[in-house]
Design a protein. Sequence first.
Length: 418
Amino acid sequence: MKKNQFVVSCLIFILFAISLIIGFFYGEAISGAGAKKDFYFTWNYVLALENNFFVDPTPWTIHTPLHYLILLHLNKIFNSQEIVRFFMVIVSILVPILFYLNLKIKFPATKKNILIILAASIFIFPAYRYSALWANSHITAIIFFLLSTYFFLIWEKSSNKKIKLSILFSVIFLAASVYTRQYYALFFIYYLFIFYNKLHIKEFLKIIFFIFILSLPGVFLITEYPLLLKNNFFTFRYHNTFLIISSIICFYLIPFFLLYCISESKKLLNNKRFISNSISSLIITSACILVGFNYFDFNSGAGGGFFLKLSYFVFNNPYFFFLTSLFGFFMVVFLLKEDKENAIIIFLLFLGLSGYVIYQKLLEPLFLLIFFLLFKTNLTSNFLKNDKNMYLYFIYLMLYLVSAAFNEYFQISSKLVF
């Protein structure tokens, strides 16, 4: 029976991988023209790099250049734009594979078939699919990030307080993700916090020096091209950031949180600490949401997340969106109370995504990876206990994918007025 479950889960994984390849040949376009335009527009930067390695990237992209250097060398090998793009589709399958390898380290006691199916769920995320199909730097950065977390988890599992090869590889691959998309630099703050707590002081100083050496090319880049350090959409309207990111987190966490509450309902209702924490969390989140509600003025016409668009589509007002922000921040407070290390990750997410336009796609599938690999929470271990949880989660994601395709066909979100 166990062998059958493993085989079935592998077949599911393979079928989803094939669906991505089919999407390439049939011109799948869930994102509309956006990802496609971005690929062809930034290809000019790839060609410019061939003539000048130090060419200014900012006329074509605000991201660091490693991804485009990779495309440049692939183009030299294949001498075909479409073959390069197809090759990157195949490479993109590494994301769920690496996620599975990470999960095996983080959850060694969990059945392999459950971990494989969870990893396969990556194929359902719309942002993953169109980024993979159009050779977007988003995928390259995630691959480097997963390589980093893989070695980070290996090192973290060991009790040794000295620098090992695993910790060096982890830092190198995280640096590679930063040189692909610069906002991954925020995760160095989390890494340094863990290193400081687990390494001897001399070892900690050594790893800081190593990170400094790796950062030197980045110092050169931002010195030569300061726009790489800036966010063109930066804003001080943090009340918008607070509400939107809370709502986006709610979207990703709601299936795990609900399944946890249902399966552990008896224990939770008899747990006085959980009840008191829930009441205090609800008071805190309600106060924060009320403050944000009074100042919310997001009207960019783009971004905002799934629930904001759904709120205007169904009700023609943001009140449902505010409700999801309330639940989202409640979940954030829940994670904060579970472990202090979670606070660092949450702070980095709110800091890194703050802007005039806040796109949910930046957290897709990144939030799922962070949630299972870096967060310390009972939500993940509880979710992985039962095969049925995975089926319900797949239904949730499939409805999301269908809604994205529906939105693309009827151009619903582009007609919404905030």
